[in-house]
Ligand binder design. Structure first.
Ligand code: KG4
Ligand code: ZN
Length: 357
């Protein structure tokens, strides 16, 4: 990620600790990771209950909640990792760098994490680095399986993004494809709202789908036949049209059929990407990767295709700060720290352009 000041790469060692903060949306998270791979602590405070009454994330409420939670969450992450809040030089274990998600995300929420991380970096006199949230998600699999066979295709499906990324080495990616309209998680959230299933939408649709027939409604599989582009807006509209035309249809059947269509498209495209690039592994990342139907289908199809399939734990799929710390370790070594004038970057894109090496 670009940042205002780059005094040069900072190579951290295998025993060095990075504290990272993640506040891009509705989770206040902090984690300490050792040597870029060992999670010493990972604390996530969810605001789900706060936003549930409104059926979605209310940005102003989210930033206020981050403000209240950021200090206790950081304190707990340091405590669990056995780290001191006092500056290096004093007795105890200390962090060698502090990172925060700089974007993409909600500007007011991002600012809380970025400001807190910069304050700690200044107080401790250690490097600060801003991390791209999407790059962070890519490290979920590597954090849990450091020996992951590369190159890997990562299907990154979250509430704001749906990307297919080739990971050729640590810190080396190529964007293979992405959604041309809604993200997969956004489609789950919108369909859940329309069906009156509540928030957050993904887990609600998954729960409803458990009692439904995935073959009950033959929903469209957008852009299935070719390429690596994804599209979910038409599928969401198809759900609305179907329910309007057939008001008697069982909600569980609609949820199961919608979920089956999303899974079918995602798995087909991920396998196509793996085949096109000669990948050895297939990984899932992002909140939607917590979906059991997607996990089961990806494992089955990937293994049939001879790929090593890695499914990160559900806690590592959804937003957390351990993945931000792992990405920070790599960014510090490759680009160096960000300047202390780095602000929130709500529209930050994926680190590389489509097709770039
Ligand atoms: O990665 P994430 O925690 O936050 C973002 O960076 O967006 O992803 C959140 C998204 C939401 O859209 C949520 O509905 C979806 O992930 N999600 C799921 C499941 N759990 C979370 N979607 C489908 N099935 C799930 N079990
Ligand atoms: Zn995320």
């Amino acid at each position: 990620m670009t940042g205002p000041v780059r005094p040069g790469p900072v190579q951290l060692g295998p025993d060095d600790l990075v504290l990272a903060l993640e506040t891009s949306c509705d989770e206040t998270a902090a984690a300490v990771v050792r040597g870029g791979t060992e999670v010493c602590s990972s604390v996530v405070s969810s605001q789900v209950d706060l936003h549930a009454a409104y059926g979605g994330v209310v940005p102003e409420l989210a930033s206020r909640a981050h403000l209240e939670l950021v200090v206790p969450v950081v304190r707990q992450a340091l405590e669990v990792a056995g780290c001191s809040l006092a500056p290096p030089g004093s007795p105890g274990r200390h962090c060698a760098a502090v990172a925060a998600t700089a974007g993409p995300g909600l500007v007011g929420s991002l600012l809380v994490g970025v400001a807190a991380a910069k304050a700690l970096a200044m107080a401790w006199d250690v490097p600060f680095v801003g991390v791209n949230h999407l790059e962070g998600h890519l490290y979920a699999a590597l954090l849990e399986d450091p020996g992951l066979a590369l190159p890997a295709v990562v299907l990154l499906v979250s509430g704001g993004h749906s990307l297919l990324v080739e990971m050729t080495g640590v810190g080396e990616y190529r964007l293979l494809g992405g959604t041309v309209d809604d993200a997969a998680g956004e489609a789950f959230d919108k369909v859940a709202r329309y069906l009156g299933l509540g928030y957050p939408g993904g887990p609600a649709v998954e729960a409803a789908a458990r009692h439904g027939d995935p073959a009950a409604v033959a929903f469209t599989r957008p852009m299935l036949a070719e390429g690596l582009a994804l599209s979910f807006s038409g599928l969401k509209t198809a759900v609305v049209h179907h329910v309007r035309a057939h008001p008697e249809v069982a909600t569980a059947d609609v949820a199961a059929s919608f979920q089956a269509a999303v899974v079918d498209v995602l798995v087909t495209k991920a396998l196509r990407a793996a085949e096109a690039t000669g990948a050895r592994s297939l990984c899932l990342a992002g909140g939607v990767a917590a979906n059991t139907a997607l996990r089961d289908a990806a494992r089955r199809a990937g293994e049939e295709a001879g790929l090593h399939v890695y499914l990160p734990s559900r806690a590592m799929c959804t937003d957390n700060a351990a993945m931000i710390a792992a990405a920070a370790f790599v960014r510090l070594g490759r680009d160096g720290p960000s300047g202390l004038d780095l602000g929130a970057l709500p529209s930050l894109a994926f680190p590389v352009a489509p097709g770039a090496a």
